[in-house]
Write a protein that binds this ligand. Structure first.
Ligand code: FAD
Ligand code: MLT
Ligand code: ZN
Length: 511
């Protein structure tokens, strides 16, 4: 979990070392390590450029594997010796068949932007990268149904359907790197969930290679199909623990004619809730996002050049900010509604906002979004982040951030050389707070101060320890704060049913 550098092919001792830091659960079964014989076999399935291994015939230096072995935050490190980059479903099937027989662990990897350590090995599992599976299979501009390989980058899909006047039903800050198969496998939420709902609704079908190499073709393009159990739902959010998603059929949305956004500045967090009610009522069908950043998150975003800072006079006395986006069918109508909303908010007897900054051009539109979307990037530039992605009642957002900061202060950890900031931001419309503790470095002391403290806090609100990022390796031990024992038992049974040999993404989600 910490900065463990993988310098050479790990010996048994160094594997144990990694294991202790990566908190590998005891139930991870004994799996085989990749051998030269395995790599020779993989090299028969794939062309040479698609096999990256420290073993012959590839014989790549270990440094070449470093990016695949390390997650986006630099928090989780694996020790894989072999990365395979299949180009089609048949190749994925043959790889899994071999790994199943040999009991080799397999970690599916998309854009490697996951934030819970799910996309990197806990030991020396094979990394199965989907990056070479990037063909769009079909798009129907009438229905808006897109069928695509799992390795297509989200932003490329957005660009592909734009001329057909459609948009993807999800959008996230990682859009330039994350892949649709990764999005499905994490059930990513993001910035449009308020408007277009979750992937459990918009994904119409999946093609999945099961752990033993069998291909399950559920790549339906039907909106309605009530023929019994909806198996694809199991793979949405399974984080690669049940199989490899190779194809995705997804319902895209008609592109809005006009989009506007505004940043509302609030003195006090307590006004966010009533503000949300008013904004919802006033904007109704054109409201497409209602996102929140506290002052600490805003300061980090602007410090690290994410979006243009608002004028000092607008920020004076600010406690937090809300970004409202509208997406509708007629620009004049939407602008009129937004302006009316602003006027009524500012002229109220007890205004909930101190000011509002409305974008006037596409560049300003992007800049306002960057203030919110760019927080993740800013946090990673500022230090090492402990990221808690939680569902709690909206009214508790600030209390949870404040309680965490106070707890760390009492422990003597709110110091520049330990914890630098505790900030909150997130998706108000979805009840999803991102509580980020930004530290100078990852340390056992900080982690023990935060856990189980944060999870117990979430449990006290009957919330979820993972609203949208998933469980990965980070939260396997904490599932019980959100799920009851019976649910966890059935999750284990489902895992066992699909993957009795435990080769798929070992040590993740359910152990
Ligand atoms: P990876 O990180 O490669 O993998 C994630 C998990 O899915 C792993 O467990 C992996 O094994 C599994 N997996 C990947 N591909 C497959 C496949 N084809 N078959 C089976 N399993 C697979 N998340 C949100 O929900 N909302 C946000 O708003 C959001 N914003 C982000 C902003 C930034 C800047 C960053 C860095 C991350 C953000 N994330 C967000 C987290 C992350 O981007 C998402 O979880 C994303 O969906 C992961 O996609 P990926 O292709 O990078 O998957
Ligand atoms: C976001 O909403 O910005 C993402 O989920 C990423 C993060 O939590 O930092
Ligand atoms: Zn988020």
């Amino acid at each position: 979990m910490f900065d463990v550098l993988v310098r050479s092919v790990p010996s048994r001792t160094s594997l144990r070392y990694l294991r202790s830091f990566n908190r590998v659960p005891s139930l991870v079964r004994d799996l085989s390590s990749v051998t030269a014989e395995d790599v020779t076999h993989f090299s028969k399935i794939l062309s040479p450029s698609c096999v990256l291994s420290t073993f012959p015939p590839s014989s790549a230096p270990v440094e070449e594997l470093a990016n695949f072995n390390s997650d986006w935050m630099g928090k989780y490190k694996g020790a894989s010796t072999t990365v395979l980059k299949p180009k089609n479903t048949q190749q994925v099937s043959e790889i899994l068949k071999w790994c199943w027989e040999r009991r080799i662990g397999v970690v599916p990897q998309g854009g490697n932007t996951g934030l819970v350590g799910g996309s990197v090995p806990v030991n020396d599992e094979v990394i199965l990268s989907l990056r070479n599976m990037n063909n769009i299979r079909s798009f129907d501009p009438v229905s808006g149904i897109l069928v695509t390989d799992a390795g297509c980058i989200l932003e490329s899909l957005t660009e592909f359907i734009a001329p057909h006047r459609h948009i993807m039903p999800l959008d996230l800050g990682a859009k330039g790197s994350c892949m649709i198969g990764g999005n499905v496998s994490t059930n990513a939420g993001g910035l449009r969930l308020l408007r277009y709902g979750s992937l459990h609704g918009s994904v119409l079908g999946l093609e999945v290679v099961l752990p033993d190499g069998t291909v399950m073709n559920q790549l339906s393009t039907l909106r309605k199909d009530n023929t019994g159990y909806d198996l694809k739902q199991l793979f949405i959010g399974a984080e690669g623990t049940l199989g490899v998603v190779t194809g995705v059929s997804i319902l895209t949305a008609a592109a809005p004619e006009a989009s506007n956004n505004v940043i509302l500045v609030l003195r006090d967090f307590k006004d966010v809730l009533p503000l949300y009610q008013i904004v919802k009522q006033h904007l109704s069908e054109i409201l497409s996002a209602f996102e929140f950043i506290d002052k600490g998150a805003y300061d980090l975003a602007t410090k690290h050049g994410q979006g243009r800072a608002l004028d000092d006079s607008d920020v004076e006395g600010a406690g937090c900010f809300v970004l409202v986006e509208t997406s509708g069918g007629k620009r004049e109508h939407d602008e009129e509604k937004l302006n009316e909303l602003l006027e009524s908010l500012l002229s109220a007897d007890k205004p909930l906002i101190t000011t509002g900054v409305l974008s006037q051009s596409p560049a300003q539109f992007s800049s306002l979004w960057a203030l919110r979307e760019g927080v993740t990037e800013a946090v990673s530039k500022e230090g090492k982040a402990y990221k808690y992605d939680i569902s709690i009642p909206l009214s508790a957002f600030k209390d949870v951030v404040d309680a965490t900061r106070e707890h760390l202060r009492k422990k003597g950890l709110m110091r520049d050389d330990a914890v630098k900031h505790v900030i909150g931001y997130g998706h108000v419309g979805d009840g999803n707070l991102h509580l980020n503790v930004v530290a100078q470095t990852y340390s056992k002391e900080i982690e023990s101060a935060l856990e189980p403290f944060v999870y117990e806090l979430v449990e006290s609100y009957r919330g979820s320890i993972s609203a949208e990022h998933g469980v990965g390796v980070m939260k396997t031990h904490a599932l019980h704060y959100t799920k009851d024992a019976v649910s966890i038992e059935w999750m284990k049974k489902i895992k066992e049913l699909f993957d009795e040999r435990g080769i798929m993404n070992p040590g993740k989600v359910i152990v």
